[in-house]
Ligand binder design. Structure first.
Ligand code: PEP
Ligand code: MN
Length: 336
């Protein structure tokens, strides 16, 4: 159960609500986000919402029986819009295209990608400065020095940036010099990191864990939301399966299911999803038809020279084609 509390609720009224809900056999937890105060009731007993709905201090009340509550679509009439400022929004009505290299490598590379995105009207650039790599000897990112240079150029181009946060100690710098923080598949269930991200006023995109279920992904989002930060996006990036013909099993099914279960925007990552350059385009277009609110993909001026994920990175000509086809597919979807 979710009870939305009124803005200036009196302490006595709050206590009475807790007592009443506890008396009905529900355990209560209060959640205060940057937006609103909520009381979450966990329990299984049948209840009549009218008993609570009329109490002073109750703004609204909703039955949500899933393990996740605040990220559930069941209580929120309107889906969430992530507003990055300067007219850049991500929501059901504002399809987001985010593109860029796997890793930020150099100033020259940053500028080449920004020019490519600007020429194609793309408003959000992706790139990692902290890279989770399977081998400790692989390129692990330029860190905060690279981030500062990237952010400065991106601002000059009027382009927002999304980059991965790997641990809590990086949050402060990343909040200063980026627009969306990405939690990677390997950190999906790093609950201390998720708690810390609940305290920041910055959008967070949570990727599905390498073998994470959708329910687990939604509960990870619940960590951040209940920690105070409602600005969340979810990302399907493929899961590990027994199939070896491609890098990951891109779970297209996840997109409509997540859209049904949550009010948060759902982003598709076909680059990591299939891991093969030739098939990033069809999987990206398929994600649009499956209902995604945005696509994130990897591009580089010279994919063969990319420091990471070269095999799944599009060159600029392929990227421009994909961007055009994505827009046409979004229009097609709207016309249905
Ligand atoms: C990335 O976006 O480059 C990345 C490492 O993604 P994932 O966490 O999905 O593997
Ligand atoms: Mn990558």
């Amino acid at each position: 159960m979710i009870i939305q509390l009124t803005k200036n609720i009196k302490a006595d009224d709050r206590n009475l609500i807790h007592e009443k809900v506890n008396g009905l056999g529900y355990k209560t937890t209060e959640v205060t986000t940057q937006n609103c105060a909520y009381l979450i009731g966990i329990g299984k007993k049948e209840l009549d919402l009218r008993e609570l709905g009329g109490m002073p201090g109750v703004a609204d009340i909703h039955k949500v029986s899933d393990a996740y509550k605040l990220v559930s679509r069941k209580w929120k009439v309107h889906p969430t819009t992530i507003d990055l400022g300067d007219g850049v929004k991500i929501s059901e009505g504002d399809f987001a295209i985010m593109a860029g290299p796997c890793s930020i490598e150099s100033e020259e590379q940053i500028v080449s990608v920004l020019e490519h995105l600007k020429a194609n009207g793309v408003k959000i650039m992706r790139g990692g400065v902290y890279k989770p790599r399977s081998s400790p000897y692989a390129f692990r990112g330029l860190g905060v020095d690279g981030l500062k240079i990237w952010y400065q150029h991106a601002q000059e181009f009027g382009i927002k940036i999304i980059t991965e946060v790997m641990q809590s100690s990086q949050i402060e710098d990343l909040c200063k010099y980026s627009d969306i923080l990405q939690v990677g598949a390997r950190n999906s269930q790093n609950f201390n990191l998720l708690d810390a991200l609940g305290e920041v006023d910055k959008p967070v995109m949570l990727k599905r864990g390498i073998s994470g279920s959708l329910d687990e992904l939604l509960q990870c989002a619940e960590y951040v939301f209940s920690g105070g930060n409602e600005k969340l996006l979810l990302c399907e990036r493929g899961i590990r399966s027994y199939e070896t013909a491609y890098r990951n099993t891109f779970d297209l099914n996840a997109i409509p299911i997540l859209k049904e279960k949550t009010h948060l925007p759902v982003i598709a990552d076909p680059s990591h999803g299939i891991g093969l350059r030739a098939y990033v385009e069809p999987m990206a277009l398929a994600s649009v038809m499956a209902g995604a609110d945005g696509v994130i993909f990897e591009t580089h001026a010279h994919p063969e020279k990319a420091f990471s994920d070269a095999q799944q990175t599009l060159n600029f000509a392929e990227s421009s084609t994909l961007i055009k086809k994505l827009r046409a597919t979004v229009d097609l979807r709207k016309s249905f």
